[in-house]
Design a binder for this molecule. Structure first.
Ligand SMILES: Nc1ncnc2c1ncn2[C@@H]1O[C@H](COP(=O)(O)OP(=O)(O)O)[C@@H](O)[C@H]1O
Ligand SMILES: [Mg+2]
Length: 350
C-alpha cells in the first residue's frame, strides 16, 4: 500500500504562500489606484483635526479593488493617528442599525452592558464616546446596498448636524444606490461620488504578476500564463483573475508539477461550475437575477425575496425582467401544477 501522506511535501513546493492568493488578503502594495487612494485620503483627512470631511460614495464593478483600497487606508490611518476611530462594516453581514452600532461599540473597546440596551441607548453611548474622547468615527459601510433601511444614515446625518461626529465612506457595486437614498439624507450627508473603473488586461497582468511573485515559487509561472489568466477574467475583475491564478496553481501542484501550464488554467476553469453569460448586454437587474439563479432552480417568490434585498422593486417589474431573460434564452421556466388559484412558476438558468 502507498502511504497516502506521501507527496504532500512535494505538492506544496509550487505554492509558497497560499494566503497571498486568498480573497481576504490585503496586499501591502496596491497598483493602479494611486489617484483613488489619494483622493479618498484627502476626503477623510479633515476628520483628523475634527473638521468636516467629504463623505464618499464609491461605486464600481466587483473586483475593482474598492474594499481593498479602503481597508488599506484604514490601516494607514490607524498607523498615522489615533484621532479618528475607523469602523469597517460589511452591511451584508451587518444589515441592521443595531448590528452596526454593535460593530462600532466593538471598535470602541468600551465595556457596555450588552443586555437589554435599546438601539438609541447604544447610540447615546457612542455619542458620549465621541464627545469624551473627542474622537470622530470614520464609518465605512461596505456593500452598502445590504443596509436594510435608511434609519442608520438618518440618525448619523442628524447627529452630524448638531456636532460633527461621523465621516462616512459607502461602497457598492450598485451605482444607482445613492439616488435611491432618502433626499433628506442625501442633502444632509452630501456624498461625493467616486467610480472605480474596471482594470485593463495590462493592469490585471501586473496585479497578477506581483501576487504570483509573492505566492508562488520562482520559475513556476511565465508571462504568457499570466496574460492568459488576465484575459480569461472578463469584466476586469482582479478578484476573478487572482482566484483563477490560485486555482490553476492548485491544479498544477496537485498534478505534482513545478510549473503551471496553460492547460492548468483551462482544466481549473473547466472544473468551475460557473454559468457562462452569453455575449449579450444585460442590465444590472438581469445580471442580479442570473446571480440569484446560479445556485439552481428557484420559485418566483424565492427569487423575489432575494432580489429585493439587493434592489427594491415591485413583483411586476421583477417578473418583466424574468420574462426578458427567458426571451433572451438565458433562463427557462416551468409551471408547477396549480395549487388553488396559484400556479407557481419555477425558473432556472438554461
Ligand atoms: N489595485 C490592486 N492591486 C492589487 N490587488 C488588487 C487591486 N485591486 C484589487 N486587488 C485584489 O483583487 C481582489 C478583489 O478586490 P476587492 O477590493 O475585494 O474588490 P471590490 O471590493 O471592488 O469587489 C482582492 O483580492 C484584492 O486584493
Ligand atoms: Mg468589495
Amino acid at each position: 500500500m502507498p502511504n497516502y501522506f506521501d507527496g504532500t511535501d512535494r505538492g506544496s513546493s509550487l505554492i509558497v504562500s497560499e494566503e497571498v492568493l486568498l480573497p481576504d488578503f490585503v496586499p501591502d502594495e496596491l497598483m493602479h489606484r494611486e489617484r483613488e487612494l489619494q483622493a479618498i485620503a484627502d476626503s477623510i483627512k479633515p476628520l483628523l483635526t475634527r473638521r468636516t470631511p467629504t463623505n464618499l460614495f464609491i461605486h464600481g464593478a466587483s473586483g475593482t479593488g474598492k474594499t481593498t483600497c479602503v481597508k488599506y487606508l484604514i490601516k494607514q490611518l490607524m498607523e498615522h493617528s489615533s484621532a479618528v476611530l475607523p469602523v469597517y462594516v460589511n452591511c451584508w453581514e451587518n444589515p441592521t442599525q443595531m448590528s452596526i452600532y454593535n460593530r462600532i461599540v466593538e471598535e470602541m473597546r468600551l465595556p457596555l452592558p450588552r443586555r437589554g440596551l435599546a438601539a438609541d441607548e447604544i447610540f447615546d453611548r457612542i455619542m458620549q464616546f465621541v464627545r469624551n474622547y473627542k474622537k470622530p468615527i470614520l464609518l465605512v459601510l461596505d456593500e452598502m446596498d445590504g443596509l436594510r433601511h435608511d434609519k442608520l444614515l438618518y440618525v448619523v446625518a442628524r447627529s452630524n448636524e448638531q456636532k460633527l461626529s461621523f465621516g462616512i465612506v459607502g461602497l457598492s457595486n450598485n451605482k444607482a444606490l445613492l439616488s435611491k437614498l432618502d433626499s433628506r439624507i442625501r442633502s444632509s450627508l452630501r456624498f461625493s461620488e467616486m467610480e472605480f473603473a474596471q482594470y485593463s488586461e495590462e493592469q490585471l497582468v501586473s496585479i497578477l504578476r506581483l501576487r504570483a511573485e509573492r505566492a508562488l515559487a520562482p520559475g513556476s509561472f511565465d508571462e504568457r500564463f499570466l496574460r492568459k489568466v488576465a484575459r480569461s477574467a472578463e469584466c476586469g475583475s482582479a478578484r476573478v483573475a487572482i482566484e483563477r491564478l490560485w486555482k490553476a496553481a492548485k491544479h498544477a501542484e496537485k498534478a505534482g508539477r513545478g510549473k503551471i501550464m496553460l492547460q492548468d488554467l483551462e482544466d481549473a476553469l473547466g472544473a468551475e461550475p460557473e454559468f457562462k453569460l452569453p455575449e449579450l448586454k444585460l442590465s444590472s437587474e438581469e445580471v442580479l437575477l442570473v446571480e440569484i439563479l446560479k445556485g439552481g432552480e428557484l420559485g418566483s417568490s424565492d427569487i423575489y425575496e432575494r432580489f429585493i434585498r439587493k434592489n427594491p422593486m415591485t413583483k411586476r417589474q421583477i417578473r418583466n425582467y424574468l420574462e426578458l431573460l427567458e426571451k433572451k434564452g438565458i433562463l427557462v421556466s416551468r409551471e408547477l401544477p396549480a395549487e388553488g388559484m396559484l400556479r407557481p412558476k419555477m425558473f432556472k438558468l438554461r
